[in-house]
Design a protein around this ligand. Structure first.
Ligand code: SF4
Length: 439
């Protein structure tokens, strides 16, 4: 099989540390060929696989690997290792298992690579630089991507305005340049990005044409810098204006959707459990009283809770506690978000085929909304442990939890989710949300 050239993020490290989280939190869809290969492996109870259920089940999307009662893959052993890998080697595993946490997307004549921050090793930047894994990623890409990847159309810049991959690359280069300014608070860098998008949205179709874009982007960025001067924002600024009530409600709704972690065990749970989820969703919308209790995904519990020995020290939290100043704009937190945005922008993992067919501008705004949503959840974690100041691990755990759904939850594909992004932009409330939860 021939190799394909892929664009890799420069700032990201990764190495698997065998937490087993991805073997518990994902529905692994397999092809007919993979189904037949696993059949031929002739698994028996003597290998330790469960005897009371089929190892693979058919679903609407085709075949998938079955789960144990606790939600773990049927092939996950007690030591947290994959039985297929142990017995037959890595290449015998389904492609979806070998691919994680990479996500490869077509972009014009090439491919881009993003990483899923639901993997604790990705969020903590553990392991070797991703650029050193080029050969392995390109081999995966050759298996994963159809040969006609260059036929995938670039998403529209905004509804009704066609764009192309070359212009998208130029736009992203400008956005990346703005986000790289490590001397400025990340809040300010995001606000300037939003300012540029606002101006770009007003530009006519001919103004964003290939030959005009080179002059347009620096002019728009300079205008955005004037709109958001450095003197107005300092790291951890306590003086941010409170966003409108509607914007706060929408942000909580987004956080609630991103927090949903429907494991196989949960999907098959009864009506009482589903009614409970509905009530929790309503409380998140209203924002009164106590925040519904959240259970951590397995990978987050292993990486960020058990290790710190804090799992039993959680307390209930009132919604109002999450609106105080909690020190969100510290350098180590800014570094994490800068790396996250770099990976998602380089991987084109926020629009088009990688993100529910969103336009470039809607997708970028959805990505920016991850900043206040993640910090809202990080605040919840800190408050639940009785702390009045965020720690890096709060933000890492929140990002690992929420990024699991970013680009993957079908809820974000719904018309209501798209409408929310546009409504927040029309109300000019995304920048205030960024500033409010970034303090
Ligand atoms: S979640 Fe990441 S670190 Fe954990 S087993 Fe999967 S790839 Fe490895």
């Amino acid at each position: 099989m021939s190799r394909l050239s892929v664009l890799l993020p420069q700032l990201q490290n990764w190495g698997c540390h065998n937490c087993g989280g991805c073997c518990r939190e994902h529905q692994i869809t397999i092809t007919d060929a993979e189904h037949q290969r696993i059949e031929r492996q002739c698994w028996t109870v003597a290998d330790g696989v469960p005897a009371d259920r089929p190892l693979m089940v058919s679903s609407a999307a085709g075949w998938r690997l079955n789960h144990q009662d606790d939600g773990a893959c049927v092939f996950l052993d007690a030591a947290g290792l994959c039985r297929i890998h142990s017995k037959y080697g890595e290449s015998a595993k389904p492609l979806a298992c070998r691919m994680y946490p990479y996500a490869i997307h077509p972009a014009g004549s090439g491919l881009t690579t993003s990483l899923r921050f639901s993997c604790p090793s990705v969020v903590q930047n553990l392991g070797a630089p991703v650029v050193a894994a080029r050969v392995a990623v390109e081999a995966l890409a050759a298996e994963a991507v159809a040969a006609k990847q260059s036929d995938v159309a670039c998403p529209e810049l905004r509804a009704g305005v066609p764009f192309d991959w070359s212009r998208l690359t130029r736009l992203l280069a400008w956005l990346e340049r703005g986000l790289e300014q490590s001397g400025l608070p990340f809040v300010l860098r995001l606000q300037r990005l939003l300012g540029l998008l606002e101006l770009l949205e007003l530009a006519g179709t001919e103004t964003v044409a290939e030959d005009s874009l080179g002059q347009l982007l620096p002019a728009l960025y300079a205008a955005s810098e004037r709109a958001y001067p450095a003197v107005a924002v300092s790291a951890g600024s306590a003086g941010a204006q409170r966003p409108q009530r509607l914007a706060l409600t929408m942000l909580r709704q987004l956080a609630a959707q991103l927090l949903r972690h429907d494991t196989a065990a949960m999907v098959s749970s009864g009506p009482v459990r589903r009614l409970g989820l509905l009530c929790d969703g309503l409380r998140m919308t209203l924002g009164w009283g106590w925040v519904p209790e959240q259970s951590d995904p397995e990978s987050v519990r292993v990486a960020f809770v058990e290790r710190a020995g804090l799992s039993e020290r959680r307390r209930r939290v009132r919604f109002t506690e999450l609106e105080s100043v909690l020190g969100g704009g510290r350098p180590e937190i800014d570094e994490l978000f800068h790396r996250y945005f770099h990976v998602k922008l380089q991987g084109r993992a926020f629009c088009g085929p990688a993100f529910y067919g969103y336009s470039v501008i809607d997708g970028l705004r959805s990505l920016v909304l991850m900043y206040p949503a993640v910090l809202w959840v990080a605040r919840l974690r800190a408050a639940a442990e009785g702390r009045g100041l965020l720690e890096l691990r709060d933000v890492q755990a929140a990002l690992a939890t929420l990024d699991h759904n970013f680009g993957y939850s079908p809820v974000l594909a719904l018309a209501g989710s798209r409408r929310r992004v546009r409504q927040l932009a029309q109300l000019r409330q995304i920048a205030p949300l960024v500033a409010w939860y970034g303090r």
